[in-house]
Design a protein around this ligand. Sequence first.
Ligand SMILES: Cc1ncc(COP(=O)(O)O)c(C=O)c1O
Length: 286
Amino acid sequence: MKNTKSYPAEVYLNGNWMPPQGAMVSVFDRAFMFGDGIYEVTPFYRGKPFRLQDHLGRLKYCLEEIKIPFDFSILEPLMFEALSRAGLAESDAAVYIQVSRGVAPRTHYFPDNPEPTFLMYAFPVQLENFQEKRWKVLVSEDFRWQRCDIKSTALLANTMSNEEAISGGFDENLLVRDGFFTEGSHSTAFFVSHGIVYTHPEGPHILSAITRKVVLEICRDLEIDYKEEAFPFDKISEIEEIFVTGTTTQITIVDSLHTGGKEIYSAQKGEITERLQEEFWGRTRV
Ligand SMILES: Cc1ncc(COP(=O)(O)O)c(C=O)c1O
């Protein structure tokens, strides 16, 4: 089912707080023209940031990769201000940040001396009931580009895939490239097979996800075997558990996988996922 989301009461755009109706960006903004921008979503558990430096580090990496200059010193205090202005200083929430290359006459090459367009706002997120969720997931072809490590606002391939899933009554996609699972349309994919947790290695075909990093840390601490290896689609019959992770997804159990109108996997067990969920809960709720 499609969720109805509402707009935040206020957004921060290029130095000022304002209602979203008044937040105007030029039609020549490069995010509008080309999707030439980077975004980041940072979770706050009852007002406390979780892995803030990892999120800011990824934003920095992505902006440097696409050569958008940006002053990071302003970010942290503004994030807390975004939460308190939205009345979310003590709540489960997230802060959205978007930086585009800014406004310039339309050329494919980057303009000299860009002035980035900077948007931020806070929004409430339900972060409490992830252990109860059971997702029905559609397997889709991964037709994204070769730089999925860049958290670009150009998300058309992800949105097309996810639209197919949601309109078909699914909760998320698992994407397959060249016979191997890469990740979800907006989440990281994990497979448990013969007691070992598999996830795609970092690189150009997945986002270097922060929740993925936390889950692998937990695996090490709980002595759960894991491999950063792409899991082959044709070994589905050897899967014991599947889960997807993300900042707002947290650790969500995949109950079934579908393709071509058929169910091709149905969850039997969940012990490893449940151990990871329990530990994740503890680490986020300190
Ligand atoms: C394609 C993709 N992979 C993975 C993730 C999970 O990343 P993170 O755990 O950093 O939220 C996201 C989150 O938006 C995503 O869009």
